[in-house]
Design a protein around this ligand. Structure first.
Ligand code: NDP
Ligand code: GO6
Length: 313
């Protein structure tokens, strides 16, 4: 085995990015993070960057709008992981990755590129509803550019981040569990997959030097975290020693208010619909273009949702 690859995280101060930096350092990779001049007076971002430095990461000054600076940054490393924001209530920048791909092409040294995906598999979402489909369309456009440039890659399908989908018992518009009444999507019996974001980062870092996932999709589907919404709620009820009231919301009722909502919530409705009614996270088998993370890396002791939910009691 050669030396561990050097890793560059683009979008490192973000929600998933900061976990990626931490996991990369913990796994012993020389880890680089972009320090963008655009952060201006964002003191929190600066503090996060400084804390990375304290933990042993190296900061590289570069901007997505300065090609030379990006090429220089990319030349320092073997692996580039992008965790730029997708479409949601934060911001919307996935196509900025095309500039990163230009830099990777020119630098010519990158052994693996992981674009910002980390959700549903966009290749299986060709039928997705407007306006939520924009995130999948953009992720596919980025894939096309990667494949046309023959850049070695891995796509990570991370399923439902626990903080957005588990801590709130999969309720929209809140990050906390409801105290008395919980909305059940349909019969609450569709299998979904909940993953602790720290585990997403751990599995992702495990895969960057793994030839088994070269030019493939890594699906993070830990077996004990494949649960229906009802099963998740039962785990919570066991923790608090109390039953919640359930209200069933039909598919039709769930989709009907969509015009009255702001953009981010419209995006969210579509995504929740595909996940909780359609079952898009589990209604397919992983084929030979994919691998499952907990099978490849059984040494990762992933967080089970009953353990995860204890923090919310
Ligand atoms: P964030 O909103 O936290 O943003 C991540 C980073 O994007 C920021 O820190 C910033 O990087 C960078 N960024 C934002 N705007 C710009 C810009 N204009 N130019 C350059 N960089 C910019 O993203 P998340 O961590 O929430 O999302 C990462 C990925 O995870 C996305 O693909 C998203 O779709 C997916 N996701 C999946 C979820 C799931 O449940 N499966 C839930 C949430 C997200 P910097 O650090 O340099 O400032
Ligand atoms: C997470 C959300 C939570 C939306 C994915 C609205 C891309 C994916 C699982 O940013 O819109 O309340 O796959 O009211 O491929 C957002 C998005 C979830 C978080 C989905 C996501 C998941 C993006 C909400 C809400 C908690």
């Amino acid at each position: 085995m050669g030396k561990k690859s050097k890793v560059l995280v683009v979008g490192g101060t973000g929600y998933l990015g900061r976990r990626m930096v931490k996991a990369s350092l913990e796994e012993g990779h020389e880890t680089y993070v972009i320090q963008r001049p655009e952060i201006g007076l964002d003191v929190d971002k600066l503090q996060i960057l400084l804390s990375f430095k304290r933990q042993g990461a190296r900061l590289l000054k570069a901007s997505l709008s300065d090609h030379r600076s990006l090429v220089e940054a990319v030349k320092m490393v073997d692996v580039v992981i992008c965790t730029m924001s997708g479409v949601h209530f934060r911001s919307h920048n996935l196509l900025v990755q095309l500039k990163l791909i230009e830099a990777i092409k020119e630098a010519g040294n990158v052994k693996r590129f992981l674009p910002s995906e980390f959700g549903m598999d966009p290749a299986l979402m060709g039928h997705a509803m407007e306006p939520g489909r924009v995130t999948f369309d953009e992720k596919m456009e980025v894939r096309k550019a990667i494949e046309e440039a023959n850049i070695p890659h891995t796509y990570v399908s991370a399923n439902c981040f626990a903080a957005y989908f588990a801590g709130n018992l999969s309720q929209m518009g809140t990050l906390l569990p409801p105290t008395d009444n919980v909305l059940l999507y349909g019969r609450g019996n569709v299998k979904v997959v909940y993953v602790d974001e720290d585990d997403v980062a751990r599995y992702t870092i495990k895969t960057i030097d793994d030839p088994r996932t070269l030019n493939k999709t890594l699906y993070i589907r830990p077996p004990e975290n494949i649960l229906t919404q009802t099963e998740l709620i039962q785990k919570w009820e066991k923790l608090i020693g109390k039953q919640l009231q359930k209200s069933i919301i039909s598919e039709q009722a769930f989709l009907s208010p969509i015009r009255d909502l702001d953009y981010a919530q419209q995006v969210g409705i579509g995504h929740f619909y595909h996940i909780f009614y359609e079952g898009c996270l589990t209604n397919f088998e992983i084929g030979d273009q994919g691998e499952e993370a907990s099978q490849l890396y059984p040494e990762v002791n992933y967080t089970r949702m009953d353990e995860y939910l204890k923090l919310y009691v």
